[in-house]
Design a protein around this ligand. Structure first.
Ligand SMILES: *Cc1c(COP(=O)(O)O)cnc(C)c1O
Length: 384
C-alpha cells in the first residue's frame, strides 16, 4: 500500500474510535484498575449489609466505558445496573449476552424508549403519571411488563408526589403495574449534618408504605456509608465504585481506580520575569523549568483549574500547574525536580493514587464526578 493510501485509513481509525484505540503515541490516557473497581464494589456490598448492591453505570460508566465496566462489576457479583437512558441500558445488555442481571433506566420514557426497554428487557423507572401512561399504552394489549417507580422525597427533581404514588399503588394492586422496585434519591447524603437525609428517609418510609411487597432503594454511594436504615433492599452506588468520594467511607476501603496521565512534550528553562501561556497569566518569580504536557481542557482538564495551585505528580514529586490550561496543552513548573529525572516522553500523573481526584476537583470548584464524565474522546481508556 502506498503512503497516501495508508494515511486516510489510519486517520479514519483515529477519528472514529479515539477512545477505544490503544494508547497511541503521546495522547493522554487513563489507566483503569479493574481489580480496584471490583474491590470497591465488594467493599460497598459489605457496607450495604443485607441489602443487594447495584452499580450506577450511566454516562458511559462515569466516563470509563460502560461495557468493560459492567463486565468487571458483573464479575465481582453485581446483578443490578442503573443507567440514565434506554440506549445506555441496551449497551449493558449487549455487553453481556445470555447473562442474568437487571438494568434500570432512570430517566423515564417516551414510546421509543419503551420499545428499547421491551426489546432489551430493561426496567424503566417511572417518575411521572405520563411515564406510567406511556408504559401502559405502549404494551400493545399485553401486560406492560416489569417497571420501577421513583418517588419524590425532598429533592424536587424526579419522582411521583404522594397523590400520584397512591394512584400508582392502586394500579399495582389491581395488577395493572408490575413493580420491581420503588426508589428515591438522596440530595445531601454527603452532608455530615444529615438533617435533609433524615427527612427524606422518613418521607420515603411513609410513601413506600403504600407498596408493602415491593423492594425499596434509597442510597447512592454516600447513602451507603450512612447507617443501615438507609439501605433498604438495594443500594445504588456510583462514584465510590470509581474511587471518588473516598473520604465519606468510614472504613477507608475505597481505592483509587482511575489514573489520568499525560506525556511531557517539551522541557525548557525560562528566565525570571518571563511569562508562560495565554494571557501571560503566570509571570516567573525565578528562573523556572517548564514542562509542557499533552493534556488540555478538550481532554477534560477544566480550564478554570488554571491559577488555583493544582498539582500534578512527576518523577515522584508534586509539581504545580503553571499559567493557563489551554485546549491541548498544560504547562507545569518542574524547577524543583532534579533535571535528570525528567525527559520528553515521560508521563506525569494528573490525578490518581498520588493526587486524589477529589483534591483536583475541589481546586477546580467541582466534583470528581464531573472530572470523570468530562474525560474527552482523545483520552484513551487503558484497562489493567
Ligand atoms: C447517579 C445516581 C446514583 C449513583 O450516585 P453516586 O453519588 O454516584 O453514588 C444513584 N441513584 C441515582 C438515581 C442516580 O442518578
Amino acid at each position: 500500500m502506498s503512503e497516501t493510501a495508508s494515511f486516510p485509513a489510519d486517520a479514519t481509525t483515529i477519528s472514529t474510535s479515539l477512545h477505544a484505540a490503544p494508547a497511541a503515541g503521546r495522547r493522554p490516557f487513563v489507566e483503569i484498575d479493574s481489580w480496584a473497581l471490583k474491590a470497591n464494589w465488594r467493599s460497598l456490598a459489605m457496607a450495604s449489609g443485607r441489602a443487594r448492591t447495584a452499580a450506577a453505570v450511566k454516562a458511559d460508566a462515569y466516563g470509563l466505558g460502560v461495557e468493560t465496566t459492567a463486565k468487571a462489576l458483573f464479575g465481582a457479583g453485581c446483578r443490578d445496573f442503573f443507567v440514565a437512558y434506554a440506549e445506555e441500558g441496551a449497551s449493558v445488555r449487549e455487553a453481556m449476552p445470555g447473562k442474568n442481571f437487571r438494568v434500570f433506566v432512570l430517566q423515564g420514557l417516551d414510546p421509543q424508549a419503551a420499545a428499547i426497554c421491551r426489546r432489551h428487557r430493561l426496567i424503566p423507572v417511572l417518575s411521572t403519571p405520563q411515564d406510567i401512561a406511556t408504559w401502559q399504552e405502549t404494551a400493545a394489549g399485553e401486560l406492560p411488563g416489569v417497571c420501577a417507580l421513583q418517588l419524590e422525597t425532598g429533592m424536587n427533581r424526579l419522582g411521583l408526589d404522594e397523590a400520584e404514588a397512591k394512584r400508582a399503588a392502586r394500579l399495582a394492586a389491581e395488577g395493572k403495574l408490575d413493580l420491581a422496585l420503588v426508589m428515591s434519591h438522596l440530595a445531601s447524603a454527603d452532608d455530615r449534618d444529615g438533617t435533609q437525609s433524615q427527612g427524606q428517609l422518613e418521607r420515603f418510609q411513609a410513601l413506600t408504605a403504600h407498596f408493602p411487597h415491593v423492594g425499596r432503594s434509597l442510597a447512592n454511594s454516600a447513602g451507603t456509608f450512612l447507617d443501615p436504615s438507609y439501605h433498604f433492599d438495594l443500594t445504588r452506588p456510583g462514584i465510590a465504585l470509581y474511587g471518588g468520594a473516598a473520604s465519606l467511607d468510614p472504613d477507608g476501603s475505597i481505592r483509587p481506580v482511575v489514573t489520568l496521565k499525560a506525556h511531557i512534550l517539551q522541557l525548557r528553562w525560562a528566565a525570571k520575569g518571563q511569562a508562560v501561556g495565554y494571557g501571560a497569566s503566570a509571570r516567573l518569580a525565578r528562573r523556572t523549568r517548564v514542562a509542557t504536557i499533552g493534556l488540555g481542557y478538550a481532554d477534560g482538564l477544566p480550564r478554570c483549574l488554571s491559577g488555583r495551585g493544582a498539582e500534578v505528580f512527576a518523577a515522584g514529586r508534586r509539581a504545580p500547574i503553571l499559567g493557563r490550561i489551554s485546549m491541548d496543552l498544560t504547562t507545569v513548573d518542574v524547577t524543583d525536580i532534579p533535571e535528570d529525572d525528567l525527559a520528553p516522553g515521560d508521563t506525569v500523573e494528573v490525578f490518581g493514587p498520588n493526587i486524589p481526584i477529589d483534591e483536583t476537583a475541589e481546586r477546580a470548584g467541582t466534583i470528581g464526578y464531573e472530572l470523570l464524565t468530562s474525560l474527552g474522546p482523545r483520552v484513551s481508556r487503558n484497562w489493567r
